[in-house]
Design a protein around this ligand. Structure first.
Ligand code: GLU
Length: 469
């Protein structure tokens, strides 16, 4: 028997890719990828009313942005209905399921025993009925859930979770119109896809006990279950709209880099010692089920930003530019033309030092993006007095013949300031205004180096000759 690890992500396409779903997908992806296994995608679209192609597209887009590539084709659960039905009929033939002719009315009247969730249990009189007594009317197919003993879900996160069989019902496998139920579809698909590890939200823990009954009735191997606690908001309450940003595309649109998001989501509910920042390769190597915590993790935007900042700083310049362009395109903004892209890439070592998101990176890159003559923001314009404009005009000739490197420029500017009896800060303000039109910018030397002599002289000239106070 093959020992290859096979995991899957099985979203229901009824909305965007929720941050909790994205983390489930990520955990499955990491677990498989770190073990040379397969990561499969199954779209659980059996609820025809609530499933939409737009939601499927949004889920695929979210996974694509997060870099969660899956093996083979995405499987549509709805397309497997015939196979799901066949399994129910096989169980019927084997006497492990039965036809139940009870009417809704009978079911309502008879429900007395309640299970631990307070749900009333129905005990069908048809469980052991002689087929010769079967009436000629519609029926559902129910599983014969064992009535004695316990079902134990050996969960890699929750430990052994016991369910008392006497409190479980003979749930329906096939509805009276012959359509298979979701619970059956999941089990059949997981089996047919060769899934070895089911990693999913702990809201499915109760389902696992039911699903095991089908698995055992079919004599199939039980996968390893890992039910992960849901994500909570910063206030410790269940994640909801009032916490903001529920869909991964919102994080993409806020400009968080995908690598930072992967790192943060991996850490959300899983730990490897005290490591907060790690690379994809480390995450793949380290990720295991043992490190998943038992209590719900809380969203923490500060931490997310911090980790994202570290990923931006650690990124390769060209790759970062590529991601920045993708961010602009995804958020409907014009992408950078080749000339501006080249300037931004040249400035990248400086820009990426303190940016936590792409909008912050773009803000720092403003001096690369602005066109001459620059719009000067009011705060910066205050630094362009007639006196300081005169100073900029005097500085220009000093730059004409300078070797254009940072060291030389620092020397020239410092001695110029000294000759004029100025503190460097008094020169820097007007220079920032002239070169970037802003009061807060990267260092003037960095801007000068990136912009090049001609552009710097042209911008100084624009500022020196501009109308102003
Ligand atoms: N389709 C289910 C959901 O979106 C997941 C089922 C499973 O992972 O077994 O919650």
């Amino acid at each position: 028997m093959s020992t290859e690890v096979v995991t899957r992500f099985a979203p229901s396409p009824t909305g965007f890719l929720h941050i909790g779903g994205a983390r489930t997908a990520l955990f499955n992806w990491l677990y498989a990828r770190g073990r040379g296994g397969k990561f499969l995608l199954r779209i659980e679209d059996t609820d025809r009313e609530r499933s939409t192609p737009e939601a499927t597209a949004a889920i695929l887009a979210g996974m694509d942005w997060l870099g969660l590539d899956y093996d083979g084709e995405a499987v549509s659960q709805a397309e497997g209905a015939d196979r799901h039905r066949a399994v129910a009929l096989e169980l019927l033939d084997a006497g492990k399921a039965y036809k139940c002719f009870a009417t809704q009315d009978e079911i309502e009247k008879q429900k007395k025993i309640t299970n631990k969730d307070g749900k009333a249990l129905f005990r069908s009189p048809w469980r052991d009925a002689d087929p010769s007594t079967h009436p000629d009317r519609p029926f559902v197919v129910r599983i014969k859930f064992p009535q004695e003993g316990h079902t134990i879900v050996h969960d890699a996160v929750q430990g052994d979770v016991q369910f008392r069989n006497s409190l479980m019902d003979d749930f329906v496998l096939l509805r009276s119109d012959g359509t298979p139920v979701y619970m059956l579809a999941v089990v059949v698909d997981d089996h047919d896809m060769g899934v070895t590890h089911v990693i999913r939200g702990d809201d499915h823990l109760n389902n696992a006990a039911r699903q095991m009954a089908i698995i055992e009735a079919m004599g199939w191997p039980v996968p390893t279950y890992a039910h992960i606690p849901l994500i909570h908001g910063p206030d410790g309450k269940k994640l909801s709209k009032r916490h903001g940003a529920l869909g991964v595309e919102e994080y993409r649109d806020m400009g968080y880099p995908a690598a930072g998001m992967r790192n943060y989501l991996t850490r959300l509910g899983w730990s490897h010692g005290d490591d907060e920042f790690f690379t994809d390769a480390q995450a793949r190597e380290w990720f295991d089920l043992k490190g998943i915590g038992k209590s719900p993790a809380r969203l923490d935007f500060k931490k997310l930003e911090n980790i994202c900042g570290q990923h931006i700083a650690a990124s390769d310049d060209a790759a970062l530019l590529h991601e920045l362009q993708a961010f602009l395109a995804a958020t409907g903004q014009p992408t950078l033309d080749p000339a501006k892209a080249a300037l931004v890439e040249a400035a990248m070592p400086v820009l990426k030092e303190r940016a936590k998101t792409f909008p912050e990176l773009l803000e720092k890159a403003h001096f690369c993006l602005a066109d001459r003559p620059l719009d000067i923001e009011p705060k910066a314009a205050k630094n362009l007095t007639s006196e300081s404009r005169g100073i900029l005009n005097d500085l220009t000739p000093q730059l004409q013949n300078a070797t254009w490197d940072r060291h030389e420029l620092e020397g020239r500017l410092n001695s110029f300031a000294e000759e004029r009896g100025l503190k460097f800060g008094q020169l820097a303000g007007p220079l920032r205004a002239a070169l970037a039109g802003r009061a807060a910018t990267p260092s003037v030397f960095d801007m000068m180096t990136v912009l090049g002599r001609d552009e710097v002289i042209a911008r100084l000239h624009d500022a020196g000759t501009a109308e102003g106070s």
